[in-house]
Ligand binder design. Structure first.
Ligand SMILES: *Cc1c(COP(=O)(O)O)cnc(C)c1O
Length: 461
């Protein structure tokens, strides 16, 4: 399997090269040259597999020659051994809906499904090339901890994660700073999340530093992250339909960066019988506005109770755009250029119809989110986290919908408490965090300071 860029400026590369490249060198995103498809017979078989068995079947054609079936199987088994539920991503019924629980990994959010796998995949590839990688990233909370847990203890990777000092939740801070492995370097910066992001950008643009230190990113745009997420769409379908290829399902996905829902789109293109993909956003509604009006235009970011979706520029959206433009990379480039110069673009009526044939979108406000947590708790005694509540609300009136639960409710206890006056019991991974030993450097929000810290830290090792 070869990979190409949405903007057409990358010669086809292998799966391993695509994983190591992250963002395409022409500024676009990497995609497989061709999406493999499956027939009804295969689908029926897939409906009966365990999560791990299914993960190997789904991913193998995308990996191509770069890994044997045995190597992939080993990688998958290792990656999901850290999950506390034997089904990895179980489906539970509440009322007339299904909840796909994606939060049984080490940081209690769905990003673990992809980052546990990506961490091991990096290690495997670095082992082969005898390389070393220094991951550098800034986080506003969730991604940082999931990335740290994905690579902790690995010999060929060091990870440096910047978070804004005292501006992430206490649980989120502890999830990162209580990881004491030698290859994990937490940095609290005296500044904001935006300061962190601009420092990271600056250091990645320092090309000498970048190549001398082989800097890598924990991008939500890495193809391997999308790929790992395709698996649970098939898995959930299997649980709900018992593997009957004639039964179609609808998924509701709370989204920000269009990563998770794009994985659902890939599953559909592979042959998963899908009726609709419900795209659920909070007040930060650039994506739902696009589906409903055909206009893609960023607005100001609002802070909400579902902070992991407080995003206005949706980095994975370009991948979908590539398919909407019938795989014409010059058209994608034109639209993205228009976006940079004018801050917006619009697609034709015909394209809009195509978008709405598959996607149904809704922006869910703060009051509605809390109300949904309350209603679900009242009727089903099931506690939704605020991100999941956004998706459940958007799936209202679609019986049998499969709603993706992206975080454990104990991770967002304040919002849950506000809605129903009680908090969810924390899973083992969130227990005792406040009493554990921590390690974290507190530094000025200056790129020169961060660069020196990284150089000194790596020199000492
Ligand atoms: C990251 C995140 C999302 C959004 O996922 P995307 O792939 O960016 O659409 C939703 N919920 C939670 C809890 C998250 O951490």
């Amino acid at each position: 399997m070869r990979y190409i860029s949405t903007r057409g400026g990358v010669e086809p590369i292998s799966f391993s090269q695509a994983v190591m490249m992250g963002l395409a060198t022409d500024g676009g995103l990497l995609l497989p040259e061709k999406i493999p498809t499956i027939d009804a017979e295969t689908l029926k078989k897939w409906g009966q597999l365990s999560f791990q068995e299914l993960a190997v079947e789904v991913m193998l054609p995308f990996v191509g020659e770069d890994m044997t079936r045995d190597e992939l199987t080993e990688l998958v088994d290792k990656s999901y051994a850290s999950f506390t539920h034997k089904e990895i991503t179980p489906v539970v019924g509440i009322g007339d809906m299904h909840i796909l629980e994606l939060f049984h990994g080490p940081t209690a959010a769905f990003k673990d499904v992809a980052l546990q796998f990506l961490g091991n995949l990096f290690e495997f590839l670095l082992e082969k090339s005898d390389g070393h990688l220094n991951i550098l990233g800034a986080t506003s909370g969730d991604t940082g901890s999931a990335a740290i847990y994905g690579v902790r203890g690995q010999k060929r990777i060091d990870i440096f994660i910047l978070h804004p000092h005292q501006k992430v939740s206490p649980i989120q801070e502890r999830q990162m700073t209580t990881v004491l492995d030698e290859n994990v370097h937490n940095i609290a910066i005296k500044g904001t999340f935006d300061d962190g992001q601009s420092i990271v950008k600056k250091l990645f643009n320092d090309l000498d530093f970048k190549s001398e230190y082989s800097l890598g990113a924990v991008n939500s745009i890495n193809w391997a992250r999308i790929l790992a997420q395709v698996v649970y769409y098939f898995y959930a379908w299997g649980r709900v339909t018992d593997g009957n290829p004639n039964r179609r399902v609808t998924f509701s996905v709370p989204t920000g960066n269009f990563g998770d829902i794009f994985a659902g789109y890939i599953a559909m293109r592979m042959g998963l019988p899908t009726d609709k993909l419900v795209l659920a956003t909070n007040r930060n509604d650039i994506l739902s506005r696009f589906v409903n009006s055909g206009v893609y235009e960023a607005q100001k970011v609002h802070h909400t109770r579902s902070p992991s979706m407080d995003i206005q520029i949706s980095s994975n959206f370009e991948r979908y755009l590539y398919y909407l433009m019938d795989e014409d990379s010059s058209k994608v480039k034109e639209l993205m250029d228009t976006m940079s110069s004018e801050g917006r673009f619009e697609v034709s009526e015909e394209k809009q119809e195509r978008v709405r044939k598959l996607f149904q979108a809704q922006a869910v406000g703060e009051t509605e989110t809390l109300e949904q947590i309350k209603i679900t708790y009242r009727y089903s005694k099931y506690i939704l986290d605020p991100h999941t509540a956004v998706g459940v609300k958007a799936a209202e009136g679609i019986p049998g919908a499969i709603c993706l639960a992206t975080a454990h409710p104990a991770k967002f206890g304040d919002a849950v408490n506000e809605a129903i006056g009680v908090e969810a019991d924390p899973p083992p991974s969130l227990q005792g965090l406040m009493d554990k030993e921590t390690r974290c450097a507190l530094l000025e929000a200056e790129s020169t300071v961060i660069k020196k810290f990284m150089q000194d830290t790596l020199a000492e090792k």
